[in-house]
Design a protein around this ligand. Structure first.
Ligand SMILES: Cc1cc2nc3c(=O)[nH]c(=O)nc-3n(C[C@H](O)[C@H](O)[C@H](O)COP(=O)(O)O)c2cc1C
Length: 351
């Protein structure tokens, strides 16, 4: 662990993240800042280039929602060499989330988890809101040609169940021409335990208006659905059926787990990080096998090491999104993971 990462690891996790993002912004303002970021962090070569849902990704490793929720650091993350960044969750209006502190290291609450670095996220997905994010994306888009930008959309916690569709549609319509793909987050997690769409009718009620809007557009923007790791097998099968039967383009699996938190006696929040790795990989493997590897999947959840990223891709993910891994191990996880994907294992030597 670098000295910088060590210093961050003793700060409260949300403070540590804000320090990192501010420093990134400061470095980005220096005349040669972007060049240094590229030199120090970006994977070399174009071996990892791939086409997924019609978009060209320079590598399959991206940043998950919640890391740069308002799109403030798109330029810097692009300079660092990520294949994509998923901004958001974006909400139609400013969404304060839950009061601080809202992100904790799990080991501070459950000591036995010290060897599996994980977080309890009770942020409630704060967002500066559509106008702010739109301003950032419009301003920055032209400087980040190689970076694929995804927009994750959530509803406001306060939105009445009958108006949820309007929340998603409003952000979708306004962001449509400025981003490359969308992730519809139905795996909400806030302390207030909001309505979580789980039945086919509820999910279709959100997706159908988006498909309809897209049909009238000159450009095609892929739509993915982000799912919770806590779905029952029947619920996950139902989501896969929606993927197969509708114009949905793919699935992102998984968000943080509230079920794991509840089992540890934590009433509010979702577990992310190392405790989630196996469940995330197995969920992706299940979706890939049931769809015969015919649909793109973004694998997210507990991607802490280069080995995790490799296993996630082997399980059937087309792309991998990092969040807790970057918080815990720093931005160089990208370069290390990319190296892990290009380096062939040494052939076994026979005695
Ligand atoms: C602090 C924090 C904020 C998050 N915010 C969002 C969000 O706004 N929208 C969303 O879909 N997921 C959000 N997530 C979930 C992550 O995108 C990711 O799916 C989850 O944390 C599992 O991945 P990880 O183990 O790599 O963190 C957030 C996670 C954390 C830790």
């Amino acid at each position: 662990m670098s000295l910088f990462q060590h210093i961050l690891s003793v700060l409260p996790p949300e403070v540590a993240h804000n320090v990192r993002m501010r420093l990134m912004g400061f470095a980005g303002m220096l005349p040669t800042g972007h060049r240094w970021m590229k030199l120090l962090n970006a994977p070399k070569g174009n071996e990892l280039h791939r086409e997924v849902f019609g978009l060209a990704f320079r590598n399959p490793i991206g940043v998950a929602a919640g890391f740069d929720p308002n799109g403030n650091r798109i330029n810097e993350l692009g300079a660092m060499g990520f294949g994509f960044v998923e901004i958001g969750s974006v909400t139609p209006r400013r969404h304060p989330g839950t009061p601080r502190p809202r992100l904790k290291r799990l080991k501070k609450v459950v000591k036995e988890t010290a060897n599996t670095p994980s977080f309890i996220d009770n942020s409630g997905y704060p967002s500066q809101g559509l106008e702010h994010v739109l301003g950032n994306v419009r301003k920055r888009r032209k400087h980040t040609k190689e970076l694929v930008i995804g927009c994750n959309i959530s509803k406001m916690t306060s939105t009445h169940p009958e108006d949820i569709t309007k929340d998603y549609l409003r952000v979708f319509r306004n962001m449509y021409q400025y981003v490359d793909f969308f992730v519809i987050n139905i795996a909400c997690n806030t302390s207030t335990k909001p309505f979580e769409p789980r039945t086919e009718e509820e999910i279709r009620a959100i997706l159908d208006p988006l498909f309809e809007f897209r049909r009238g557009q000159p450009d095609y923007c892929p739509i993915l659905l982000k799912v919770s790791p806590d779905l029952t097998k029947d619920e996950l099968d139902m989501v896969i059926d929606i993927l197969i039967e509708t114009p949905l383009d793919g699935i992102e699996a998984v968000a943080g787990s509230t079920q794991m938190a509840e089992k540890m006696g934590i009433a509010n929040g979702a577990i992310s990080g190392a405790l989630l790795t196996e469940r995330a990989i197995e969920t992706v493997r299940y979706i890939a096998e049931r769809t015969e590897h015919n649909y793109p999947i973004i694998g997210s959840g507990g991607m802490m090491t280069p080995e995790d990223v490799k296993r996630m891709l082997e399980a059937g993910a087309s792309l991998v999104a990092l969040n807790s891994g970057l918080r815990q191990n720093g931005m160089r996880l990208l370069k290390k993971a990319a190296k892990g994907l290009t380096t062939q294992p040494k052939p076994e030597t026979t005695p």
